[in-house]
Ligand binder design. Structure first.
Ligand code: NAD
Length: 244
């Protein structure tokens, strides 16, 4: 399939999990893909396995200097940027009363500030090719209240807000900005949730199972493709009915 033929995508947090699945699917659909992550060895292995259409770049999404380097290297290697998936994030189970300021700041800097930096970093490159597509990864925790994920929920609500604000602002440049809202997906990030929480969340999921990374990648492919050319500012919920 060549849904993304000629497109260049940057996918953050792509050494494993949903980002890895998105990178593999996008490359199989003809895109050239830059995978970024702080997990250097894992990211390099995944990119090598994908082949010449993929490169890995070490990248801390909370660093503005790292974003400048990632954009410059992507342009040097592949010549353009059409798609950005802001996928990288960290979790952690904390109630408000147990959330120390340094914990809040850590999640804010990666999950929220990193998304802001990413959208800004790719703007000029997308404008120069007449448009683009930004996909930000939020969460069901960014659509309703949670009693144990206070700082994570704060950042994931912010991602949705930034997505809608940016969609309005950037539409004039032909840049679409959308959010994916994953439900409970079977990845390593679940290790950062309290014991038994995943099981409890599955019980609250009408389809009665964890989602898998390929189901999220398929949603990302849709948003990145011309099939979604009139879709901007939306939340694409992929959660087995959990948020109903
Ligand atoms: P994951 O932990 O496997 O993937 C996250 C990736 O982000 C990891 O490879 C990690 O190394 C990377 N990362 C962390 N901090 C980084 C930083 N500072 N700079 C660059 N990369 C960094 O988990 P996942 O489930 O694949 O998560 C992908 C996205 O989906 C995240 O935004 C997460 O919040 C969101 N999400 C996940 C679930 C779920 O149940 N798995 C549910 C809702 C939303």
């Amino acid at each position: 399939m060549n849904t993304l033929q000629g497109k260049v995508a940057i996918i953050t947090g792509a050494a494993r999990g949903q980002g890895e699945a998105e990178a593999r699917l996008f490359a199989s659909e003809g895109a050239q893909v830059v995978l970024t992550d702080i997990l250097v060895e894992q990211g390099a292995v995944v990119a090598a396995d994908i082949g010449p259409a993929a490169r890995f770049i070490r990248h801390d999404v909370s660093s503005e200097a790292d974003w400048s380097r990632v954009v410059a290297e992507t342009l040097a290697i592949f010549g353009r940027i059409d798609i950005l998936i802001n996928n990288a994030a960290i979790s952690g189970a904390f109630k408000l009363e147990h959330t120390e300021p340094e914990v809040f700041d850590r999640l804010y800097r990666v999950n929220q500030f990193g998304v802001y930096l990413g959208m800004r970093a790719v703007l000029d490159a997308m404008k120069s090719v007449g448009g683009g597509c930004i996909i930000n990864t939020s969460s069901v925790a960014g659509t309703k209240g949670t009693s144990t994920l206070f700082p994570y929920a704060a950042t994931k609500w912010a991602v949705r807000g930034m997505t809608k604000a940016a969609a309005l602002e950037l539409a004039r440049y032909g840049i679409r900005v959308n959010a994916i809202i994953p439900g409970v997906i079977d990845t390593a990030i679940l290790n950062d949730t309290p014991p038994n929480m995943a099981e409890a969340l599955v019980r609250g999921t009408p389809l009665r199972r964890l989602g898998n990374v390929d189901e999220i990648a398929a949603a990302a492919l849709y948003l990145a493709s011309s099939a979604a050319s009139f879709t901007t500012g939306t939340d694409l919920v992929v959660d087995g009915g959990m948020s109903l």
